[in-house]
Design a protein around this ligand. Structure first.
Ligand code: GLU
Length: 368
C-alpha cells in the first residue's frame, strides 16, 4: 500500500541478490526485477536504483575472494567491476526497454549542500528524459575516512536528496524480527515501526545480517535518516523472482514510517547528515534559547570536540550529553575554542577579525 501512493521510489539492491555464493550471476532474478521496474515505470513512478556489486563483480572477473581485500586493491577491483555491473544492467534492462544511466557518488557529494543540490537536479533531469539512474558509491576514489562504505546509508541519503516518498532496501532478510528467527522459532517479524527507540536498536545490533557490508545496523541508520526526512523505508527480502511485486501483494517486510515533518528541504538535508564533524556542548540557558527557535551563541557553549571548518555539520548536545540539535557551524572548531563562553560582542577582539555573531544561526539549525 505504501508503494502505491509513492511517486518517487529508491530501491537498493545488495550484492548477494545479483551474485550467488558460487559467484554466479543471478540472471533470472535480474530479469524478474526488471519486470518489476517496468511495471512501476508504467504506473508513472520515478525510480532510482542504488546497486552494490562493483567489488563482487570485479572479484568474479579476476577470480578473487572478497575476503580480506585491502582498501587500495578493492578500489581497483571496484573500478573493474563497476563496468561489468553496468553492462549487466544495461543488457538486461534493454530487453524490457528500460533506459538506464550511471551515477557514482562520494560522501562529499551528498554532504556538501551545493553538490547535493546538483545531484538532485541531475536526478530530476534524468526522470524527465525517461532514464532510470543507477547509483553506487564511487568506490575507486573514496578513501576510508570519507567513505559511506555501505549502500544502505548512501541509499537513504539519495532518497532524501531526491525527495523520494519511499526507499526499499532489498537484501536476503525478511526484515527486522523481535529475535533472531534462525534460533528462536517464535521470533516475530516487526511490520511497522514508527519510533526507532532503544529496544529497536538493541534488536538490530543482535540481528544476523546479509552477506553485504551493511548488516542490520546500517539499515537502522538508514531508517533514521528516512524517518527525519519524511520518507517511508522498507527492509525486505529481495530473493524472490519478483521482489517488488511481492512487497506490493504480500507486504511481508518491515516498514519504517516517517515522522511528520514540517521542515523545508534544506533543513531535512541538515538533519540527515551522515557525517557530522564535531560536537558542541551547551548549557541550559542556550538550550532554552534553541527551544524558542533562537540561534546558538558563543556564551552558551561549554565544550567543543572534533575538528571542523566553517560550514561543516555539527551535533549540539545538552548538559546531560543528549543530542538536542544539528546544525552548520559558522565558525571552525579552533575559533570556537577561543570564543566559547564569551559574549558575542567580544568575538571580534578575541579572534582579531570581524565575523558573524551566532555560532550556529537558527536558519542553519534543526532541533531534534
Ligand atoms: N559499493 C560497494 C560495491 O559496489 C557495496 C557496498 C555495500 O555492500 O553496501 O561493491
Amino acid at each position: 500500500m505504501y508503494l502505491k501512493e509513492s511517486k518517487i521510489i529508491v530501491i537498493k539492491i545488495g550484492s548477494s541478490l545479483l551474485i550467488d555464493d558460487n559467484k554466479k550471476i543471478r540472471k533470472k532474478w535480474l530479469s524478474g526485477f526488471s519486470r518489476d521496474i517496468q511495471e512501476l515505470l508504467n504506473q508513472n513512478k520515478k525510480i532510482i536504483i542504488v546497486s552494490s556489486g562493483a567489488i563482487a563483480m570485479g572479484c568474479k572477473k579476476l577470480n578473487l575472494s572478497k575476503k580480506n581485500l585491502k582498501l587500495d586493491k578493492s578500489q581497483a577491483i571496484a573500478s573493474i567491476g563497476q563496468i561489468e555491473l553496468m553492462n549487466l544492467f544495461s543488457k538486461t534492462f534493454l530487453k524490457f526497454k528500460i533506459n538506464i544511466s550511471q551515477i557514482l557518488l562520494t560522501l562529499e557529494d551528498t554532504e556538501q549542500r551545493r553538490r547535493a543540490l546538483n545531484a538532485k537536479r541531475t536526478f530530476e533531469n534524468l526522470f524527465q528524459l525517461g532514464f532510470v539512474p543507477i547509483v553506487n558509491e564511487n568506490d575507486s576514489i573514496a578513501t576510508s575516512e570519507i567513505k559511506y562504505g555501505d549502500n544502505d546509508r548512501l541509499a537513504s541519503r539519495v532518497a532524501q536528496i531526491s525527495g523520494a516518498d519511499a526507499l526499499i532496501l532489498l537484501s536476503d532478510v525478511d526484515g527486522l524480527y523481535t529475535q533472531n528467527p534462525k534460533i528462536y522459532k517464535n521470533a516475530k517479524l516487526l511490520r511497522i515501526i514508527k519510533d526507532i527507540n532503544q529496544d529497536i536498536e538493541k534488536i538490530a545490533t543482535k540481528s544476523i545480517g546479509e552477506h553485504g557490508t551493511g548488516g542490520m545496523k546500517t539499515k537502522i541508520d538508514a531508517a533514521k535518516i528516512c524517518q527525519l526526512s519524511g520518507c517511508k523505508m522498507a527492509i525486505a527480502n529481495g530473493l524472490s523472482l519478483r521482489p517488488i511485486k511481492k512487497i506490493i501483494n504480500k507486504n511481508n517486510c518491515t516498514w519504517f514510517l516517517p515522522k511528520i515533518s514540517k521542515l523545508d528541504a534544506r533543513k531535512k538535508w541538515i538533519i540527515s547528515s551522515v557525517s557530522p564533524k564535531g560536537e558542541l556542548y551547551i548549557d541550559d540557558g542556550a538550550k532554552q534559547a534553541l527551544t524558542k527557535g533562537k540561534s546558538l551563541l558563543a556564551a552558551g557553549i561549554k565544550k567543543v570536540t572534533g575538528k571542523f571548518n566553517k560550514g561543516d555539520h555539527i551535533k549540539i548536545l545538552d548538559k546531560i550529553n543528549k543530542e538536542c540539535a544539528r546544525g552548520l557551524s559558522s565558525f571552525s572548531s579552533d575559533e570556537i575554542l577561543k570564543i566559547m563562553g564569551h559574549h558575542s560582542k567580544e568575538i571580534e577582539k578575541l579572534l582579531g577579525y570581524i565575523s558573524k555573531s551566532e555560532v550556529v544561526h537558527k536558519d542553519d539549525m534543526v532541533e531534534l
